[in-house]
Write a protein that binds this ligand. Sequence first.
Ligand code: HEC
Ligand code: HEC
Length: 388
Amino acid sequence: MKRVTSWMKNSVSLFALVGAGAVAPMLLTGCGDLYLPPPIGNGTGTPLTNYVEPIAGPSLEGPLAILRSAVAPVPAAVAASPAKVSLGRRLFHDPILSGDNTVSCASCHSLDHGGAESRVTSLGIHGQVGPINSPTVLNARFNFVQFWDGRAADLREQAAGPIGNPLEMGSSVEAAVTALNANPQYVDLFRAAYTDGVTGPNLIDAIATYEETLVTPSRFDRWLKGDEHALRADERAGAELFVSTGCVTCHQGVNLGGTSYQRMGSVRNYFADRATPLTDADNGRYNRTHNEADRHFFKVPTLRNVGLTGPYLHDGSRATLDETVRVMARYQLGRDLTAEQVTNLVAFLNALTGELPPNARPAPGEVPAPAAAPVVVAAAEPEHRGHH
Ligand code: HEC
Ligand code: HEC
């Protein structure tokens, strides 16, 4: 509870009213004194100059007004050097960065799957099964830290991780630079984007610059900005439940998540009830801090595009959004929802699916076709091994 309180400094009135399950008084008094979540640009290494957009919706009352205060629309994509973005796009999709030319970033973060993967946990080179489900790269720049346990401060710090991770791409930034230098096309593309050509920092910068363009405005953003017709009645009902049941106490900010660490199983013991044994990855933030109070704390994931990114949760244990929403209500809020409530909440979550920017995908033939799915050879106890 201590952690929750310290985090809640930023949104104390939301927690007091919503988290305590006493939203009714709020509905009468309006929400003029609600705090917005902390600026999401903090910690991403890239200031989001246009983060603080005015929320222009008409002054509704009740849960929907709270939602408009607690979540900001995605900012318009910032202009970035086209040469860097297209180089980064190519690198992101090219298995050349992996030790045996079989795995690219997109293998585990497919734009066809909401920027995540369809597997329970990741499959790296040589068919190695990783310890944890891959989060989406879409809108990742708005997360206050990167990774489930926050071990990278921003996208640049993050990007070197998977290349060097033996379970993922099984290479190193140095080896990748050597491979890229041996490829005349890449040498030219790097020179066009960076005066000093192919270097480790430029490789990382190009990938991160591309990732920063992966911002996906949705119908929900149109609604946030005041277009009442952008959401259907069932989606609006779900939006109200999202506030009145308390989801928004943790899932807030531009990303409806990505502003704090929270315990998985805030009110009931999720891990005791789960059918499978505890893994190292289940420790979450504790693995970084070795502070007992951080055990089972995870960065609250974004809910943008969550309709596309199943299976869900860090352990990939839930196949559907229905099931995941029930788990959240039960373990994070101590509530059992009716079937209708679940349906409406899921309708709302599906309205968070946004549009990729033009040219997010590589042009046909730009990168080699993905390698055939590797044969799984080493699934034994992956949770005891390092991950990026
Ligand atoms: C083998 C699968 C795999 C590959 C390849 C891979 N990733 Fe990941 N990625 C993951 C997993 C799993 C996580 C979560 C790990 C964790 O939090 O412990 C992750 C986390 C991330 C995150 C953090 C997102 C967030 O919200 O915390 C970003 C950004 C990311 N990867 C980008 C990349 C980039 C860029 C590449 C290529 C250089 C890449 N990934 C390659 C599986 C992969
Ligand atoms: C106490 C904080 C808290 C509350 C309240 C909360 N969540 Fe979560 N939510 C989390 C955390 C932490 C995770 C990641 C847990 C994990 O992966 O083990 C998560 C994960 C999710 C996911 C899975 C996302 C993914 O990409 O795998 C969905 C969907 C979700 N929450 C929806 C909801 C809904 C709907 C509600 C309200 C009924 C809700 N949450 C209430 C903290 C919270």
